[in-house]
Design a protein around this ligand. Structure first.
Ligand code: FMN
Length: 368
């Protein structure tokens, strides 16, 4: 079983440290991966230093950088971040070095391939999931478009499938070279790995389709390559869509099986999201995904990351205290407030050290 939080009276549950392999995290707050569509040819820049750096200064124990493409055709848009080429390593290292030099936070990168959801354009331009014409080669296990407005993907061949683990492996090696502390392997939201896992998007008749063992073959082959390339003391988190929110798709029982397979392969935690394999929308209210993390944690013993609509300290402390999850992953709450963790610490009167640069300012009291 994953260790339970230290519930001593001095430390609020969300501020108890946690260890994943050799990675020591100072608290349970995780910045969720958020695509920024602000890279040039996959190369990240100043925006990423400020965006990720400010959330690290803001106190989240673990920062996940956005979905980062292992192949240029695996980008959602032409402006996605990349790690398919050696030229991407140094700019990522600049981001990582900032976080390590100036904060107590750790930083991970999310490795992904958009698959049949590639080439949909910039989020602030498209407003829909209609595909643009950047000319990306849109691949999928089966030629089922992601929506009525989307282009029909090309069915990936066996020869092309067996190349994918090597692409992810090189990406993991570059991520290590850049100094990242953790990987988040994107197997959720209908992107390439997820599209193999879900029976809604994978109708193949070969060894990569059919029963769950077959649909998991590619994600597990990729995972095995990443695990070999990634240092033994650094953790790998897998982001999954626990349920598909659609008849015939995955239910929570399937997510437990998926987790057990990744766990047996050496995964250290699952980041439990849901949906987006099709356009069926989940009930985007309340903490609707937290019970999935809870169930997976209870049935497998793996560390879980709960995500979705988490925004305040009461929620986080309760999720950690009650053992529903080991981490609280926050996306939009961090867009709204990069200093979310520090603000919660202040609200609940927990003494949370500031970076040296702000040591004096950290003594701020309103009214002084
Ligand atoms: C602007 C934006 C970009 C996102 N990009 C990613 C991404 O790169 N990878 C991913 O797994 N999820 C992505 N998501 C989903 C978030 O990581 C998160 O799971 C979702 O927003 C729910 O958490 P929240 O309610 O705390 O925002 C994105 C969400 C938003 C709002």
């Amino acid at each position: 079983m994953a260790p339970n939080p230290d519930t001593d009276e001095k430390t609020p549950p969300m501020f108890t440290p946690f260890k994943l392999r050799g990675l020591e995290l100072i608290n349970r707050v995780v910045m969720s991966p958020l695509c920024m569509y602000s890279a040039e040819n996959g190369v990240v820049g100043d925006w990423h230093v400020v965006h990720l750096g400010s959330r690290a200064i803001g106190g989240a124990g673990l920062i996940f950088a956005e979905m980062t493409a292992v192949h240029p055709d695996g980008r959602i848009s032409i402006r996605d971040a990349g790690i398919w080429d050696d030229k991407h390593t140094a700019p990522w290292k600049r981001v990582v070095d900032f976080v390590h030099e100036h904060t107590e936070s750790k930083i991970g990168i999310q490795l992904g391939h958009a698959g049949r959801k590639a080439d949909t354009g910039l989020s602030w331009v498209r407003g829909t999931d209609a595909q643009m014409e950047y000319g990306f080669d849109i691949i999928a296990p089966t030629d089922i478009p992601v929506s009525e407005r989307a282009r029909t993907p090309r069915v990936i061949t066996h020869e092309e499938i067996v190349v994918l683990p090597g692409l992810y492996k090189r990406a993991a090696e570059r991520a290590h070279e850049a100094g990242f502390d953790a990987l988040n392997f994107h197997c959720a939201h209908g992107y390439l790995m997820s599209s193999f896992i879900s029976p809604l998007s994978n109708h193949r008749n070969d060894e990569y389709g059919g029963p769950l063992e077959n649909r998991m073959r590619l994600p597990l082959d990729v995972f095995a390559e990443i695990r070999k390339a990634w240092p033994a003391d650094k953790p790998i988190v897998v982001r999954i869509s626990a349920v598909d929110w659609e008849k015939g798709g995955h239910e929570i029982e399937d997510a437990v099986e998926v987790t057990k397979m990744f766990q047996a392969a050496g995964a250290d935690a699952v980041d439990v999201s849901s949906g987006m394999v099709t356009n069926k929308r989940p009930p985007d209210t309340s903490l609707f995904q937290v019970p999935f993390a809870e169930r997976i944690r209870a049935e497998t013993g793996i560390a879980t990351m709960a995500v979705g609509n988490i925004e305040n300290g009461d929620q986080m402390n309760e999720i950690i205290r009650s053992g529903q999850a080991d981490f609280c992953v926050v996306g939009r709450g961090h867009i709204y407030d990069p200093y979310l963790t520090r603000h919660i610490a202040r609200e609940i009167g927990y003494d949370y050290p500031w970076p040296n640069e702000y040591g004096r300012g950290g003594g701020f009291r309103s009214g002084l």
